[in-house]
Ligand binder design. Structure first.
Ligand code: GMT
Length: 380
């Protein structure tokens, strides 16, 4: 198949999923065309079968707000025509599904078919889509999509309930390449690599996010601060965003900044995750929780919040521990108890990897996307 993919190319879960999907589809022999305002950050541009088309956005003095969604629709229609795309797959409803709808109409007027699939990721539904100024057009473009997928049952049900969408929505979860996200099984090699951040007797915590308020990165520092009063430990924070300076300030204010490492945006998180003992994901809301899945594949369980689609990913007490939002004391106590009980932690580490492999591996989920595309093509 020839598939056009549009996503937000910067740091964010939907862009990661879209890019990894494109890479996996190309590896299966499909031709993949990314159409976006800049090259998705996990794409190195060298993969066979992957093409990137930039969307140029002109800015005239008259345009107080440059119309990116229109430029995107034009580019989608052009790329679809020149490269004979079978379908478009847009990630994050706003504004991508609206642009795809326009591109489909532009080509239909010339007798050419261009079905499009919309994948709902999270804040497009839970926050942005519920803004009154965006809701009507978002609902319309979801309803008019040729196929709609959601990354969790939670998000699917929320879309039906809050948006009144009546067309079928297929749940196709986030996935992880279990050969790229792997534990370091050689204990001596892992111990050696961990020395980069911690002394041999110290635990390593990791937090991975875009530091938006919804991620509650400051809670990650608070949880770590409580743990660090009881046992030697280090915290590694990966990513960047609006709450980073608040988290940095807190680490300094609490006098733990020498044990808290802000690494900023990192491309190869698969090399960092296996070094950790536990991932901290204290989010206000997660429609799925891709960071926790990537950690699980590396044998790293999560201390996380029981929100949104997280319970569909993490089996509380088996592959991680779940707490109410803001329960910093509970999360710190849970982490300390696990670290005190190495056989329980080891069992949880094994269960986390096994669950990632058996339920969320790219080899399982990506073929479901392909079958979904075939279904859409056969029915549109
Ligand atoms: O706000 C974010 O975390 C980014 C957002 C996105 O769409 O870029 O992430 C969402 O999509 C991820 C990939 O499907 C999910 O794993 C995240 O749980 C989801 N984030 C939220 O729902 C807050």
């Amino acid at each position: 198949m020839r598939i056009g993919i549009t996503c937000y190319p910067t740091y964010g879960g939907s862009g990661v999923v879209a890019t990894e999907l494109g890479i996996e589809l190309a590896a299966l022999g499909h031709q993949v065309h990314f159409i976006s305002y800049s090259q998705p950050f996990r794409l190195n541009g060298r993969d066979e079968g992957i093409y990137y088309h930039e969307v140029p956005v002109s800015n005239y003095p008259l345009f107080e707000f440059p119309p990116y969604d229109l430029a995107l629709a034009s580019r989608m229609a052009e790329v679809a025509e020149y490269y004979e795309l079978d379908l478009l797959h847009v990630h994050y409803a706003i504004p991508h599904s609206v642009s795809a709808l326009l591109a489909r109409q532009m080509l239909a007027s010339r007798g050419r078919r261009l079905p499009f699939v919309t994948t709902l990721h999270g804040t497009d539904i839970t926050l942005v889509g519920l803004d009154r100024s965006y809701l009507p057009i978002t609902r319309y473009s979801i309803q008019e999509s040729d196929g709609v997928t959601s990354i969790s049952n939670y998000l699917k049900e929320k879309t039906i309930r809050d948006f009144g969408v009546t067309r079928p929505i297929e749940t196709l979860t986030n996935f992880v390449n279990c050969d790229v996200y792997t534990p370091i099984n050689d204990e001596a090699a892992r111990a050696e690599a961990r020395l980069h951040f911690a002394k041999p007797d110290e635990a390593i915590f990791i937090h991975l996010s875009n530091f938006r308020p919804v991620k509650r990165a400051v809670d990650a520092v608070k949880i770590f601060a409580r743990v660090a009063t009881e046992r030697p430990a280090q915290l590694v924070l990966v990513g960047d965003g609006p709450d980073r300076s608040a988290a940095e300030w807190l680490a300094h204010d609490l006098g733990i900044h020498n044990r808290v490492h802000f690494l900023g945006k990192q491309e190869r998180v698969n090399e960092l995750l296996p070094l950790a003992d536990l991932l901290l994901m204290p989010s206000e809301l997660e429609s799925f929780g891709l960071a926790a899945l990537e950690a699980m594949a590396c044998k790293v369980p999560s201390i996380a919040t029981r929100v949104g689609g997280v319970p569909e990913l993490i089996d509380d007490g088996v592959t991680g521990l779940l707490y109410p939002v803001g329960d910093v004391d509970g999360m710190a106590a849970g982490a300390l108890n696990l670290l005190k009980d190495p056989s329980r932690l080891d069992a949880m580490r094994d269960a986390a990897r096994k669950s990632a492999q058996q339920r969320f591996c790219a080899t399982l989920v990506v073929p479901r996307y392909v079958r979904f595309y075939e279904h859409v093509l056969a029915n549109s």
